[in-house]
Design a protein around this ligand. Structure first.
Ligand code: DP6
Length: 391
């Protein structure tokens, strides 16, 4: 059976936190124990493209991710569907001429422009795209801030991918999560020269998922309480101010301190959680050395729930940062994606110990050169065919 299919598509970006979300006070609603801050990365390099469609003849909700059908039975995705349908229903009740999309089943098709094997957190972009695509399909008037409250229920960090530029997730206070949402601190245009490079480090063992890791930390770490209650609120204020003042020195210093502290509370958990590995630590050593040599923060590192390193730096320092990476890993996959980097001269600042270079070159499987970017963008590209299936 066929019939009219309503469709809408969007893209959504990846974000990488510079002040980490780690710990939930409500695991069902994904309410965090502290506020967090992130930078949204360019969708030219990393993005999810999602089409949401609804039709009276669909007989159940379905989801395809990168060509593979996935379950829609998870509580998180169901929570997103339910919330979005509820707001659509309000519109339909006010205007009976609207098609009853809230009562139709949904087919969602989603594709990433980066390989899943890269191990770059894709749940944030994935849930942000899912929520934005359905909101577009339902023609919801809700602001990105209001929609971020829904995306948060899919994956906490997804709420920050509803915006471009520099984004805060305000933890909120209420038990129902109504005030736990993302807000934009600054647009990408306000501080456009922020660059980023992701060093993809292959992990030999399966990592502890964020959800499980966070609960272990909340339940067992004594350092964690002090971080969440005392240190993060101070840092949140300082980092927000640094972003608005385009003060890279402070922004970078706080980013590194916060990454290190997040991994410290992981290690303070029982059993301890190790996300960084030897390669991650070599990256820390290299960046700390370079910053010391220059007497300022040239680049800042941060690590999420895995061994990949994400570096932030300003465009003016590209010759230093990329020059060094070229000297360390001239043949790594990723340079070829950016032909303009061909002119960068491999350069090792005097004082850098080169003994770690071979291990770094062997341990990093790919680099992703990117920069700050915009939030979700509607697109005419439709991933669903006339039968309501992936094209
Ligand atoms: C280390 O958002 O993936 O990347 O809410 O359980 O889906 P869930 O967790 P998730 O956790 C991200 C943790 C982090 C830090 C951050 O992004 O702020």
């Amino acid at each position: 059976m066929t019939g009219k299919i309503y469709s809408a598509s969007t893209t959504a970006p990846v974000n990488i936190a510079t002040l980490k979300y780690w710990g939930k006070r409500d695991t069902k609603l994904n309410l965090p124990t502290n506020s967090s801050i992130s930078v949204t990365l360019s969708q030219d390099d990393l993005r999810t493209l999602t089409t949401a469609s609804a039709a009276e003849f669909f007989d159940c909700d379905k989801l395809w991710l990168n060509g593979k059908e996935e379950s829609v039975e998870g509580n998180r995705i169901r929570a997103c569907f339910a919330e979005l349908r509820a707001v659509r229903k309000v519109l339909e009740s006010a205007n009976p001429e609207l098609p009853a999309l809230s009562s139709y089943h949904l087919h969602i098709v989603s594709e990433n422009n980066f390989p899943t094997a890269a191990g770059v957190a894709s749940s944030a972009a994935g849930f942000a795209a899912l929520v934005r695509a359905i909101a577009n399909l339902f023609e919801l008037p809700q602001s990105p801030e209001e929609l971020s409250r829904i995306a948060r229920q899919g994956s906490g960090s997804a709420c920050r991918s509803m915006f471009g530029g520099y984004v805060a997730w305000d933890m909120g206070q209420s038990d129902d999560g109504s005030d736990s949402r993302a807000v934009q601190i600054a647009t990408q245009e306000m501080w456009p020269d922020m660059k980023s490079v992701i060093l993809v480090v292959s992990a030999s063992k399966k990592e502890t998922s964020s959800t499980v890791g966070m609960q272990t930390t909340v339940n067992t770490s004594s350092l964690f309480k002090y971080r969440a209650e005392v240190l993060v609120p101070q840092r949140f204020k300082e980092m927000s101010e640094a972003i608005l003042a385009k003060d890279f020195e402070t922004f970078g210093r706080l980013t590194m301190m916060d990454s290190n502290q997040f991994h410290a509370v992981c290690m303070d958990s029982s059993p301890p959680i190790f996300y960084m590995n030897d390669i991650s630590r070599l990256v820390v050593g290299l960046i700390e050395t370079v910053n010391k040599i220059y007497g300022r923060v040239v680049a800042a590192y941060t690590f999420d729930a895995g061994p990949n390193a994400v570096l932030y730096y300003l465009e003016k320092d590209e010759p230093i940062v990329l020059g060094l990476l070229k000297a360390v890993m001239p043949d790594v996959d990723g340079w070829n994606k950016k032909p303009n980097t061909a002119s960068i001269t491999p350069t090792v600042p005097e004082g850098v110990d080169q003994r770690a270079f071979p291990a770094l070159a062997a341990g990093v499987s790919r680099i992703i050169l990117t920069s700050v970017g915009p939030g979700p963008q509607p697109t005419d590209e439709i991933l669903i065919n006339d039968d309501g299936l992936p094209k």
